[in-house]
Design a protein around this ligand. Sequence first.
Ligand code: GLN
Length: 569
Amino acid sequence: MDLINVAEEEVFMKAQINSQVKKQLKAKVIFVTGGVLSSLGKGISAASLGALMEARGFKVRLRKFEPYLNVDPGTMSPFQHGEVYVTEDGGETDLDLGHYERFTSLYTRRSDAVSTGQIYSKVISKERRGVYLGATIQIIPHITNEIKDHLVSDIEDDVDFLICEIGGTVGDIEGLPFLEAIRQYANDVGRENVLFMHLTLLPYIKTAGELKTKPSQHSVKELQSMGIQPDVLMCRTEMPLPEEAKRKLALFCNIKPDCVIEAADVDTIYKVPLAYAEQGLDDQVLKHFSMEAPSPDLSIWQNIVERVHSPKNTVNIAVVGKYTGLQDAYKSIAESFEHAGIANQVKVKVTWLNAEDLVDRAAVEKAMLGMQGILVPGGHGERGTRGKMRAITYARENKIPYMGICLGMQLAVIEFARNVLGLKEADSTEFDPQTPDPIVKLITKWQNREKMERRSTDTGLGGTMRLGAYPCALTEGSLVQKIYGNSKISERHRHRYEMDFSYEEALKKAGMQITGASPDGALPEIIEIKDHPWFLAMQFHPEFKSKPMAPHPAFKDFVQAAENIKQGN
Ligand code: GLN
């Protein structure tokens, strides 16, 4: 057992006696909870409130508490949980952090998402090290203290609002410690420094011709029974919320009528900040905190929505992936296309193709009919790689714009090696450890290798990952350099295999060039094919950095190139 760290021990001795939160934040804290059912769009609500506060000149931070028990969201199946979103500092987090970044000027951090599993494992590890000096470890105060400590950690003094979303639905067993911790937090710092916002659903019952308030009343009661009185109720509805329903909710839920806010369905998520502003959400928030600020400047959002509504053209893009049944698994890619559409004033129609259905050339040709661009996204494991490679062959031979991301780059290199260089067994050692031509293999020679994250080996996904933002140097005169308008870029990574530089000469002779690499020259990052209208693939994930007001240049240019391809190809 490790020796007890004396300073840490002292802190925790105090914690035993005093459950008061460690630090008083200068920031006002807004907690966002959800009721009635999941998938109401709490993440987008929190993010939109962040957008409104930024539009009023405030500095915000957004965070998420995740009730699930997984310690490492990086190992969770995108099938179940949607995409793993990677932050600049290499955190593998929940897709809601992507919403936070897309709606605000923020770059989120690893510390902005924390799960029950992470909180428990911290507490258990402290217990193992003897930090609690034999005390009985309990949910209150040990778990709740750990949650509160996390809440206030890594928040700068100039932040005006910390918006913290609690995952799951009120009433879930897993969420209870978080709700208890935020209740305590409000008590610790004073109710005037905290706002509880609850997102709920008002179902429309056709036969009665009415929006029903009862499920919302119940979920508010549930919150109240835990000592939390919501200050603002956001009501998701398909219909405009009648005054009568507002009054009823205000009365039964003990909320000011002006704080019962309609959150009607909208045709694009980027309309949500505008819709909330129209309903006066930001005014109510400021009023709650007795704060004043100039009216919000919403011109960015108005401009975005106008462009979404007036496309000049439709561009058809095929995304060939493994998790195509669940669009959330590729959320940031879907949003990046939306942004590229906004930038080019076109409607990007994405067709999600399951790679395993692309069993032969005929299947590919049929699926690709009318497609003007093909994208192969990141992925792990061999399943679907054959179909993905068939799609790449099709794009390469038929001169359809191709964009490859991470695995989509590695497969483009393998496809080229096999079909152009004639190295029939070329492969990644991820799929064939014995291949005579390991053109993609485990990262070995990179100088910064020690910076790679070591994953816990008991997950079965043990090993190392290169995670987060790293610089990349672009070749002068390349397509990618023209696209970025820059020779040095920084992008986010999440991979453990790399393309092997030793094949560079052979590839170059046959027409595939490496046009981007880590500045130390060790890791290839980008390849392009010269004799092709647009064939660009990258080891990093550009989709994590695209915002509606700042579309990613690679997606923007890809969609533009696709627009130039005739639809009936
Ligand atoms: N499986 C590949 C690797 O680990 C690709 C990863 C990815 O596409 N994110 O290198």
